[in-house]
Design a binder for this molecule. Structure first.
Ligand SMILES: Nc1nc2c(ncn2[C@@H]2O[C@H](COP(=O)(O)OP(=O)(O)OP(=O)(O)O)[C@@H](O)[C@H]2O)c(=O)[nH]1
Ligand SMILES: [Mg+2]
Length: 399
């Protein structure tokens, strides 16, 4: 179960983002990933909010006493006729921004009795997340400005949420975390003029930028098209699509299988692909080198396939057998057979290294390092020592 906490003060865009993610991933993305609701409440929450937005209305502010649990299974479609693979479970909660004020704001400690359960639930939601997405609405910091007392408090709460969530837990784990600037559709020019989302943070919220510069900072929006309604308000266009939220799912996916014990790793191990082009040069994620379906786990095929993962024990077994074959072959034939043995073992050795790299959630291309003279032996040892990622990763289930 991957607990993804999408948090932020009131109006930061939590509800819109959660509904948008559910809607966007109700269809498989170009790589085949989709979200399958685990219960009716999740499906109806998304349907109701999206229907409202398609009518040109934003969802109403979440009421203080409403706590909506959303549970999905992230799945990946394989080839035609094949059953989709479960990647992980994603569970989120939608709280009212007002509960964040009670838990982290200046009224902290003055929580009315009837709200205590919500506040406790929120604290445990933030504290136990695997992935923490802290939303900051660009409108608040750019238009309202940090001189507005309500925005000041909102930013204080954001800071408090981050410090509470990233404080070391009893089990030594810390969540991966990202600051997401929401409503980026309205502020693309500002983002560009600041040189990207980190630049926006540095210009408008320097204290947050100074403290959390080491976190991922992304810009996103739940709608790709807006129109002005009769009252002059900007509302979603009836045919809007939440495609700009893909950046969020890519960030979540980049953490799957990532070890977060001990020293936290906040930056995705692989660069994430921003499908949203705000014009400030997004990093590109290379297409996976070896795609699904899963590799043959038995028979001779397992030594030749480049798909899937190999743990350290399997890797060393293979290296040991190769060594033995070379040693015995060299002895018996006084070296005459060695070139032939090398030829036969070449591809299985490459496959062995590539699958070990996959176990570490690294691209198989790294095995080319093994062809550099002098360090190839070092590569063999390093590949056999680094532990694989825990749980599923981009290349398949844990071996
Ligand atoms: N243009 C645009 N506006 C957005 C976007 N996301 C949020 N907004 C604006 O921000 C407002 C608040 O969004 P919500 O999702 O309701 O915020 P929330 O965090 O759930 O707020 P509470 O329920 O009060 O805690 C919306 O009514 C929109 O005006 C977006 O992607 N694009
Ligand atoms: Mg809400």
């Amino acid at each position: 179960m991957r607990k993804v906490a999408i948090v932020g003060v009131e109006g930061s865009g939590k509800t819109v983002m959660l509904a948008g993610l559910g809607e966007l991933y109700s269809h498989p993305d170009p790589e085949g990933y989709f979200l399958c609701p685990k219960n009716f409440q999740t499906a109806s929450y998304v349907a109701e909010k999206i229907a409202r937005m398609r009518k040109g209305e934003w969802p109403t502010a979440t009421a203080e006493d409403v706590l909506q649990g959303l549970d999905w299974t992230l799945r990946k479609r394989l080839g035609p006729g094949q059953r989709p693979r479960d990647v992980c479970e994603v569970s989120c909660l939608d709280f009212a921004g007002e509960v964040y004020r009670l838990a982290f704001g200046i009224r902290q400690g003055a929580t009315p009795d009837e709200m205590q359960d919500e506040v406790d639930e929120l604290l445990s939601y933030v504290r136990n997340a695997d992935d923490l997405i802290v939303l900051i609405n660009l409108r608040d910091i750019i238009v309202q400005g940090a001189n507005d007392p309500r925005v000041q408090e909102a930013m204080w709460i954001t800071n408090e949420i981050l410090s509470y969530a990233l404080d070391k837990r009893d089990d030594g784990r810390t969540p991966r975390a990202a600051i997401v600037l929401s409503q980026a559709d309205s502020y693309a020019v500002t983002i560009k003029s600041c040189g990207g989302p980190k630049g926006v943070l540095a210009r408008y919220l320097p204290h947050v930028a100074n403290n959390y510069d080491w976190l991922d900072v992304l810009a996103s929006s739940a709608v790709d098209k807006t129109v002005m309604d009769d009252n002059g308000n900007i509302v979603p266009a009836p045919d809007f699509q939440p495609t700009r939220l893909r950046v969020i799912m890519h960030w979540i996916r980049a953490g799957i299988g990532m070890t977060v014990r001990g020293r936290p790793k906040f930056t995705p191990q692989r660069p994430i692909q921003h499908q949203v082009d705000y014009g400030y040069g997004a990093p590109q994620r290379p297409a996976p080198l070896f795609a699904e379906p899963p590799p043959p786990s038995s028979g001779i095929g397992q030594f030749f396939t480049l798909r899937g993962r190999k743990n350290r024990a399997e890797y060393w077994k293979f290296v040991g057998v190769c060594f033995l074959i070379c040693f015995v072959g060299g002895l018996l034939s006084e070296g005459f057979l060695l070139p032939l043995i090398a030829l036969v073992l070449f591809w299985p050795s490459v496959a062995n290294s590539v699958r070990r790299l996959h176990d570490m959630n690294r691209s198989g291309w790294w095995c080319l390092m093994g062809f550099i003279p002098m360090i190839s032996w070092l590569v063999v040892i390093v590949l056999g020592c680094i532990p694989g990622t825990i749980g599923d990763n981009e290349f398949g289930p844990e071996p």
